[in-house]
Design a binder for this molecule. Structure first.
Ligand code: SAH
Ligand code: DHB
Ligand code: MG
Length: 227
């Protein structure tokens, strides 16, 4: 029978063979654990997927909402050209402190702009700065606010940009219309809002692995497909 143990074993096999050993990332995970941060960062093979998507986009500017200790941020920022930049938002000062050290450790401090504060406060500031649009946005903070962050992502991107939303399945909870969880209801509103939204072409995919049963959504900012 296929159990969660199988999902873990397959992820271990994939990560062992597809993701190079990386002392910097290992140290970042160790420091995050030592600092008591929750162990909820993307897995190594998911990190590589983010990295590949940034490269596929030919992205110069990437926005992340929810930095934690900087693990996914390193994967994103390493895919950027020298002149590119990652802007990443983190509300928890302790998480932001660890992340700052992570980006220094990865020699990425010059390419990463870490904004400490609640995304609801920081996103309007970023918009007001009037910088070039982001080529890719990774939404991975408080799930109840996903619909709000998605609207900001649309404001801060251009046609052809990619918006990725983590944790849209949560062990299947997303299918439970009567879930009492604000987070689940936030993700449900986000997914329901995609119906008929001509600003994007989007899908969502379930995943299993070392982080259990979850999934992500991915949206390409219009122009709409010819169909
Ligand atoms: N992207 C990270 C994991 C992020 S975990 C990785 O894969 O490595 C979610 C993070 O979002 C936590 O660090 C949490 O403190 C942060 N967060 C929660 N609510 C937030 C908010 N309103 N604004 C900004 N960050 C928030
Ligand atoms: C949680 C948050 C995440 O971003 C994630 O990838 C997994 C779990 C959480 O809040 O439990
Ligand atoms: Mg996540």
């Amino acid at each position: 029978m296929v159990t969660e143990e199988t999902w873990f074993a397959v992820d271990r096999f994939f990560c062992d063979h597809l993701v190079p050993d990386d002392p910097v990332l290992a140290a970042v995970l160790a420091e995050s654990a030592a600092a008591g941060l929750p162990d909820i960062q993307v897995t190594p093979n998911q990190g590589m997927l983010l990295h590949l998507l940034v490269r596929l986009q030919g992205a110069r500017r990437v926005l992340e909402i929810g930095t934690l200790g900087g693990y996914s941020g390193i994967w994103l920022a390493r895919a950027l050209p020298e002149a590119g930049g990652l802007v990443t938002i983190e509300a928890n000062p302790r998480h932001a402190g660890v992340a700052r050290r992570s980006f220094e450790r990865a020699d990425l401090a010059g390419r990463v702009d870490l904004r400490e504060g609640s995304a609801a406060d920081v996103l309007p500031v970023i918009a007001a700065e009037g910088s070039d649009p982001f080529d890719l946005v990774f939404i991975d903070a408080d799930k109840k606010s996903t619909p709000v962050y998605f609207e900001w992502a649309l404001r801060l991107t251009r046609p052809g940009s990619l918006i990725i939303v983590d944790n849209v399945v949560r062990r299947g909870a997303v299918a439970d219309a009567s879930s009492p969880s604000e987070d689940v209801q936030g993700v449900r509103r986000f997914i329901k809002g995609l119906k008929g939204d001509r600003r994007v072409q989007a899908t969502a995919v379930q995943t299993v692995g070392a982080k259990g049963y979850d999934g992500f959504a991915i949206a390409l900012v219009a122009p709409a497909s010819p169909s």
